[in-house]
Design a protein around this ligand. Structure first.
Ligand SMILES: [Zn+2]
Ligand SMILES: [Zn+2]
Length: 396
């Protein structure tokens, strides 16, 4: 049934046909992601055999692909990252601010991911730091953790940056912690205006420096006047910066981070069916009222994979970034200073926990200790082992 359907199943079944149909036209980066997801935890990646010292039961564990776009491989990365973030939390309120690109710009961004996603981060973070530093607003140096998400519901392309921001910052002389009001950080209209100005000015500079490409339907934009005409509507319209209600406390911040930071465009849990009709999955339609938001959609398999691939990030592109007090170069010192000002007594909880040693899980038959008895190179099957016993007890 659908309970165990995984993205890997879909890619293994439909990947070869897609590669054949688009031979020579799929970017290398996409081919790599497809291959990683198809081969994750299969013999192709090698692995090991673990056996029980008490009852002789053995099983194969294949290696995972560790690709950041693979839904199976997200959990571990998220746990490690989260433990580090927990150590950074301050005993203050936290805010959640979202910067979204207008649809016209998003279309350009799809063909210029590395350059324009970087600009989105830059314009959004600079907007926050600038308005926060303005004495008419907070008058403080704040810290930001920002995450890029490129998707809307149903895997559509909808690039936005979500920020987690502690409610306050350091005074310009570094001598005081300036707290924000409990339910208000910065005025979103002011943020939206500066964000629009910074983004559009730099977008034009990128155009003039010949850093943008335009393909397919957007090809005419390579002409400067056409490009400016295309941007005219977004120049005059409000750019929405969305400030969600503040988090209910540090625990809520962590829960949010674990949910969103290492998310990919679709999780295995949302996959419902895969057959000759295509791929059926759950999604949320935020335009409906809360009770009817959960929707189900079926897409032809190639279209499903195409949409998934819209969200593949450029190589080595950092989709989580830290700014201001949380910028990695000075985070330790900044946080120490803030804790001093907030009179927080350092506890051992603020230290990063030791990662747990990797041990095979206990024997499913008798609970005995499993030990690794063979390392499997890529594409290799185990050698010289008796037939595997069924841990459910169904063996002869
Ligand atoms: Zn994987
Ligand atoms: Zn056993």
């Amino acid at each position: 049934m659908s309970a165990s359907l995984e993205l890997g199943d879909i890619f293994r079944a439909a990947g070869p046909a897609r590669r054949a149909a688009h031979a020579g036209r799929l970017p290398l980066q996409q081919l790599k992601v497809m291959s990683a997801i198809e081969h994750c935890r299969t013999a192709a990646l090698g692995g090991h055999v673990a056996a029980c010292g008490d009852c002789g039961h053995w099983r194969i564990a294949y290696n995972s692909c560790r690709n950041r776009h693979c839904p199976r491989c997200q959990g571990n990365a998220a746990r490690t990252w989260l433990a580090e973030r927990e150590a950074d939390l301050l005993p203050v309120g936290y805010f959640h601010v979202v910067f979204t690109l207008p649809a016209r710009i998003a279309d350009i961004a799809l063909q210029n991911k590395a350059v324009l996603y970087a600009l989105l981060f830059q314009a959004a973070s600079e907007t926050m730091m600038t308005i926060a530093a303005d004495p008419r607003h907070l008058g403080a140096r704040i810290g930001i953790t920002a995450v890029l998400h490129s998707w809307g519901s149903a895997l559509t392309h909808h690039p936005h940056v979500r920020m987690i921001v502690p409610g306050g910052g350091l005074s310009p002389d570094g001598q005081r912690w300036i707290s924000s009001r409990p339910a208000f950080l910065l005025p979103v209209r002011v943020l939206g205006k500066l964000f629009r100005r910074l983004f559009l000015t730099r977008l034009l500079a990128l155009f003039d420096a010949d850093r943008l490409v335009f393909r397919g339907q957007l090809a005419p934009l390579a002409d400067r006047r056409t490009f400016l005409r295309y941007l005219a509507p977004v120049r005059g319209r409000r750019w929405v910066v969305y400030a969600k209600p503040p988090f209910a406390g540090p625990k809520a911040v962590l829960a949010y981070l674990s949910h969103y930071t290492h998310r990919i465009a679709i999780s295995n849990r949302r996959l419902l069916a895969f057959n000759e009709n295509g791929v059926t999955f759950r999604y949320k339609d935020y335009r409906r009222d809360t009770a009817h938001q959960q929707q189900v959609m079926t897409l032809a398999t190639d279209e499903f994979i195409r949409r998934f691939m819209l969200h593949v990030l450029p190589r080595e592109f950092h989709r989580i970034r830290h700014y201001g007090l949380l910028a990695s170069s000075s985070r330790k010192a900044s946080l120490a200073r803030v804790r001093e000002l907030l009179k927080v007594i350092p506890t051992s909880a603020a230290e990063t926990p030791e990662p747990e040693p990797v041990m095979p899980p206990p024997c499913p038959c008798c609970g005995g200790q499993m030990v690794v008895i063979q390392i499997l190179p890529r594409w290799c099957q185990p050698r010289g082992l008796p037939p595997a016993t069924d841990p459910a007890g169904g063996s002869p």
